[in-house]
Write a protein that binds this ligand. Structure first.
Ligand code: KIV
Length: 267
């Protein structure tokens, strides 16, 4: 049976219905088709593409044009899952008009059904303006990788009373601004629970414990398609790296020996 198309309002409604939100990243057409077929509710075209697709050392270098191109590839899979395009570093930080134009490109040229941007109270003016343009926004607080230099590394956030309170305030601000959901990244599980209890929109955790309304992971991490050690919160469900490596090794062996192609594989 064909699944009903997920939208930002239908994702928001999942919290009240008590249904967990399953989110995975994807950055290309075929992966989008596969994860959609598996039943994910949201496909996030994350700026993690900078690292896992483009080989950069952080998410900072990926450009808006690159994110639009990757988002468009995912959107062409015509998924039942909602496609959320991640707004890259410096596409919204400098000004409100920048934010609206960049979000507009993610929807108009990239085919996204919503955008995600990082930050709490400081980005509320951007969120409100993007929403005014008719584009749903997913928030993202906790460890925000676009602020990695300010944070001083990929560290768990909200570990003391002051930062814990600040993150609760940020979460309330995102809800009040009109976000349809928010990512909580790398925070203690108790804070993940407290934020989840404090807001009426779904919280999507990544390293934020089991009490969030949903979970998101980077597809490369769960399928073992990465050359860096996965963080503690990742659960690996496959070994695509081994699969590719073994298939490529066998192919090279067959070409070198003349075993490939045979006449059945020829015209
Ligand atoms: O870029 C990304 O993949 C993300 C998720 C890790 C939440 O922002």
């Amino acid at each position: 049976m064909e699944r009903k198309k997920r939208t930002a309002p239908s994702i928001a409604a999942m919290k009240k219905a008590g249904e967990k939100v399953a989110v995975l990243t994807a950055y290309d057409y075929m992966t989008a088709k596969l994860v959609d077929g598996a039943g994910v509710d949201v496909i996030l075209v994350g700026d993690s593409a900078a690292m896992v697709v483009l080989g950069h050392e952080s998410t900072l270098p990926v450009t808006l044009d690159e994110m639009v191109m990757l988002t468009a590839a995912v959107a062409r899979a015509h998924t039942a899952a909602l496609v959320v395009g991640d707004m890259p570093f410096m596409s919204y930080q400098a000004s409100v008009p920048d934010a609206v134009r960049a979000a507009g490109r993610m929807v108009k040229d990239g085919g996204a059904g919503a955008v995600k941007l990082e930050g709490g109270r400081k980005v509320v003016t951007r969120i409100e303006a993007v929403l005014d343009a008719g584009i749903p926004v997913m928030g993202h607080i906790g460890l925000t990788p676009q602020s990695i230099h300010k944070l001083g590394g990929y560290r768990v956030q909200g570990k003391n009373d002051e930062t814990r309170e600040a993150l609760l305030e940020d979460a309330r601000a995102l809800e009040e601004a009109g976000c349809f959901s928010m990512v909580l990244e790398a925070i203690p599980w108790q804070l993940g629970k407290d934020i989840t209890d404090a807001v009426s929109i779904p919280t999507i955790g990544i390293g934020a414990g089991p009490h969030c309304d949903g979970q998101v992971l980077v597809i490369n991490d769960i399928i073992g398609y990465s050359d860096v050690p996965a963080p503690k919160f990742v659960r690996r469900y496959g070994d695509a790296g081994k699969l590719v490596s073994e298939a490529a090794t066998a192919y090279v062996r067959d070409v070198k020996s003349g075993a490939y192609p045979d006449l059945d594989e020829s015209y």
